[in-house]
Design a protein around this ligand. Structure first.
Ligand SMILES: *[C@@H]1O[C@H](CO)[C@@H](O)[C@H](O)[C@H]1NC(C)=O
Ligand SMILES: *[C@@H]1O[C@H](CO)[C@@H](O)[C@H](O)[C@H]1NC(C)=O
Ligand SMILES: *[C@@H]1O[C@H](CO)[C@@H](O)[C@H](O)[C@H]1NC(C)=O
Ligand SMILES: *[C@@H]1O[C@H](CO)[C@@H](O)[C@H](O)[C@H]1NC(C)=O
Ligand SMILES: *[C@@H]1O[C@H](CO)[C@@H](O)[C@H](O)[C@H]1NC(C)=O
Length: 522
């Protein structure tokens, strides 16, 4: 799996010093992802090179950016590190959830649902995925996107999951348990689940939480709970084989000519309307954006120059091009663009394309009928997700809460600190503004100085508002020789231990697990 010419990085923002265990080395392929995720191996095996040195980065070295970032001895690991009993044989009831939002908002909601079920000793009903209006009709649901059997199997040590609510017999008739509908508080605390929600569940046998996005606090003061979220997000949630195959085919084609970068070019109508960044567009386009804003978002007075100055406007394609050029990427760089339809037309793409002519997207690389019929639906979004995950460098141009870019930042961190470029839009705005005013001198150096302050996807402390789903360090990472005992990698046979626990639990409970009787009687 090693990339030709691979050698140690001599820098990176790590403060832990020596013992440079590299995360995932070199090119990560879908094969590796599949193996990692599907063997049920909760433990990540990474390659130890030993003896890496770390120092602060003083200049940008493109060759090094094409490799993974210095791990500082950390490796991803989401297996339990302390007592973790199997789900109890007797359930407290059934938990149904409806995950709203697009593919990525749903992804974190699914992780929250599994954790909520664990906290409540409940049986989880396979999460329902909302049909999203912006992305077009798409009623494929969980089965259409994810590998259901793998999901249930790989979480067997954590929660019981059923595909639908069971039927109960009452007065000689069979019918489905009826779940009590509840609208949970936003970012509810664990205690809400163990009190209010649990009480209703025990009364009714089942509850239905809807809508279910951001309904469980991200900062939970229990690292085992956070690791469960990582097991769901990075091991149990696997796209269906057909999506993995399509993504692999795209990655293979892009790789025939060497490494490639992916960019989430969030220069889309909804984003621009939301951000209120209008002035750069034609009067007609501004009308379109303003209308979309009125129809979809709360009214707010938004002044372009002010919005831009505080980093609230997504980078324009030209700014992305100038930024990459300043960093030292040349016009031979292959770039995969992940995005829906770009707003503003060719006028905005042309300056970017002239700097970086090798631009691709899923439809230009892969002429698949399946994709053609669903480019902007969940399938297109899932394929973009995988290609961005596997690319050598990833750059988001806007990162709002719980979206595509944030999940990818977190996922790439977990898969071995794969390089990300996170432009500090607020830091860059005055530099771009000066350039527009004709001040060209020192532009590139100023851009480099802003970029040098970012972490390039290495381990770093999570500071609010950074989300757990964007950065699961340190909970979901461990060290072989840690300074802090809580960071010590769990033993290699942790799966065996969990399996034995589960088996003995199953033997004792087999008499009880026959029916949903305990619930039906309530
Ligand atoms: C869940 O079950 C465990 C034992 O497996 C128990 O310690 C815990 O209190 C239970 N929690 C709830 C909310 O029932
Ligand atoms: C890339 O840039 C070089 C000069 O730096 C130029 O000669 C070449 O034509 C450019 N290639 C493309 C495809 O634009
Ligand atoms: C992909 O790129 C092609 C050619 O550059 C373009 O015509 C098409 O609109 C792009 N598709 C998407 C979904 O952006
Ligand atoms: C299962 O039952 C055996 C014998 O009754 C007991 O020793 C063991 O602790 C039980 N295991 C669990 C997980 O309850
Ligand atoms: C489940 O219930 C059926 C009928 O009630 C019974 O025949 C069977 O033995 C039970 N299975 C277990 C594992 O208890």
């Amino acid at each position: 799996m090693r990339r030709p010419g691979y050698h140690h990085r001599q820098h990176g923002k790590s403060t832990t010093g020596g013992g440079g265990v590299k995360g995932m080395v070199g090119r990560l392929s879908i094969g590796v992802v599949v193996i990692l995720i599907c063997t049920g191996s909760l433990l990540f095996t990474s390659t130890s090179n030993g003896g890496g040195r770390s120092a602060y980065r003083s200049e940008i070295n493109i060759e090094e950016l094409w490799r993974s970032t210095d791990s500082g001895g950390w490796r991803p690991s989401s297996a339990p590190r302390s007592e973790w009993p199997p789900p109890p044989s007797e359930t407290n009831g059934y938990l149904r959830v409806r995950c709203n939002g697009g593919l990525n908002q749903q992804r974190s909601a699914i992780c929250n649902a599994v954790l909520a079920a664990r906290i409540m000793n409940a049986t989880l009903v396979l999460p329902e995925l909302d049909v999203n209006s912006f992305w077009g009709r798409d009623d494929s649901g969980f089965h259409g996107i994810y590998d259901v059997e793998h999901f249930i199997q790989s979480l067997r040590f954590d929660v019981r999951i059923v595909e639908s609510l069971p039927e109960i017999r009452k007065n000689g008739k069979t019918k489905k348990i009826k779940a009590l509908q509840i609208n949970p508080p936003r970012d509810a605390e664990v205690s809400w689940y163990t009190t209010v929600a649990l009480e209703k569940m025990k009364q009714h046998g089942a509850i239905y939480l809807t809508p279910f996005s951001h309904r469980l606090s991200e900062e939970v003061d229990n690292p085992e709970y956070q690791r469960l979220r990582c097991r769901v997000n990075y091991h149990a949630l696997r796209f269906k084989p057909q999506i993995m195959k399509l993504s692999q085919s795209i990655v293979d084609k892009l790789r025939t000519q060497g490494h490639f970068m992916s960019i989430h070019l969030r220069f889309e109508m909804d984003m621009l309307a939301f951000a209120g960044c209008f002035d750069i567009f034609s009067p007609q386009q501004q009308k379109t954006l303003k209308k979309y804003r009125e129809e979809n978002f709360a009214p707010k007075k938004l002044v372009y120059s002010e919005r831009r100055a505080i980093g609230k406007c997504p980078l324009t394609p030209e700014e992305v091009g100038l930024l990459l050029r300043a960093m030292g990427f040349d016009n031979s760089t292959r770039i995969y663009l992940a995005a829906g339809e770009l707003f503003g037309g060719e006028k905005f793409m042309k300056p970017f394309r002239s700097l970086f002519p090798h631009l691709e997207n899923h439809s230009s690389v892969e002429h698949s009928e399946e994709l053609a019929g669903n480019t902007r639906g969940l399938l297109g979004s899932a394929v973009d997700y995988m290609v961005c995950l596997l690319s050598d460098i990833f750059m988001p141009t806007y990162d709002g809460p719980s979206n595509f870019a944030n999940n990818l930042l977190g996922h790439r961190l977990y898969y071995g600190f794969r390089t990300t470029l996170r432009p500090d839009r607020k830091g860059l705005a005055p530099i771009f503004i000066d350039r527009e005013k004709g001040k060209m001198a020192g532009f590139e150096e100023a851009v480099r100085q802003v970029m040098l302050k970012t972490n390039f996807g290495g381990p770093h402390k999570r500071v609010s508002p950074e989300s757990f789903y964007t950065n699961s360090w340190p909970e979901c990472f461990c060290q072989m020789s840690p300074q802090n005992l809580a960071d010590k990698c769990p033993p290699d046979n942790v799966l065996e231990i969990l399996n034995n626990q589960l088996e003995s639990e199953d033997l004792n409970s087999s008499a009880l697990s026959n029916s949903s009787g305990s619930v039906a009687e309530r």
